[in-house]
Ligand binder design. Sequence first.
Ligand code: HAM
Length: 419
Amino acid sequence: MKIQAPKGTKDVLPEESYIWQYVEDKFRQICKLYGYEEVRFPTFEYTELFHRGVGETTDIVQKEMYTFLDKGGRSITLRPEGTASVARLFIEHGFASRSMPQRLYYIISAFRYENTQGGRYREFHQFGIENFGSKSPVTDAEIISLSYNFFASLGLDSIVVNINSIGCPVCRKDYVAKLKEYFQNHIDSLCQTCRQRLDKNPMRILDCKEDSCRLIAKEAPKPIEYLCDECKTHFEALKGYLDAAGVCYKVDLYIVRGLDYYTKTVFEIVDVVADKKLAICGGGRYDNLIEQIGGGSIPGIGFAIGVERLIMLLSQKGLIPQKPQVPQVFIATLGDLAVKKAFEIARDLRSAGISTVIEELSRSLKAQMRYADKMGCEFSVIIGEDEVSKGICKLKNMKTSAEEYVEINKLSEHIKSKI
Ligand code: HAM
């Protein structure tokens, strides 16, 4: 068998890795501007965390997790998302005693055994934000504003922010009863998994990906029709704050999100790629998650952005910046004395911030120049033993082919003035 990368994974080559660095830098910048600090956490966790955090009846837990027993017989799962892990981290490191709210961000890979169509990968990457300790809709608006302005900083002006409220355990009681009744009347059209969900968690039927279930779900009662006064007030206040923050949004009553921990605000940010809606960001409030996994009563809210989808979108919209030229300078050498001098010159150029490579293969000068040209270097520095003894080098502009002699000790200054 020819060994290839597993289905649903992706290698990132130098032609693309600079784009990943570009979006990561932009994300880190916006996080800093909003007062968020980075956390890093393990790629795998004990499986129990996701069962209790993400929810037993979700698609993620039922169908999509990479779970295995380690050599010590413990059940381990590759993280399918970041929120449960950050909540675990919050509890484990006693963050409840720090000043609130806590503003945390992360850049992670995540793993879900999914169909690999429509921008879905089995290993994918997320930029995520979690805010702990605030129940206020001010926080919901800040979070949504952060993601909105992140996309704006990348030039994405066609994104749509869709918000909804799915209520709290208080209003959910009535809602879930109505939902059960509705789906019970359509049980014959539901898929096998959803029939099992009907009793335990009928809300999960609303985000089932099977066509027959989606059709029925469209006509189902909506959470917003059953909100209690507190949830209603919270949602109204959020809308006012979003207006104040300058965020354009739409209310989309169909958003319920596929994870069990959400309460009140949920949102998704979508754009259109090849005539298809693509969710590039999803998030919401989770006021009971910390408690569910063994911590105190601490509210939270966050979101995650799909990095592969974001890059796909930027590329479709022509918003990818030009690749920076690496390396900028090639040092061609003739003879061992020149090779030794090349180390010294390279050190000077690099400390001046100029990306420099030296000939490593002892090729002919013609071959070296061909290589420098192929690499797209802006300049070549050519040195032989004669030049070394005179303290000079030949500098060639690779675009114009113009050549000049420059004193070696003035070279970095000279090149800097031309780049
Ligand atoms: P999620 O909606 O499951 O939410 O994922 C967030 C984003 O990750 C999606 O909008 C999508 O862009 C991307 N994504 C999800 N699955 C895949 C996949 N298989 N392939 C490529 N991209 C994918 C969460 O993960 C929550 N933890 C978000 C959150 C944070 N809620 C509160 N805090």
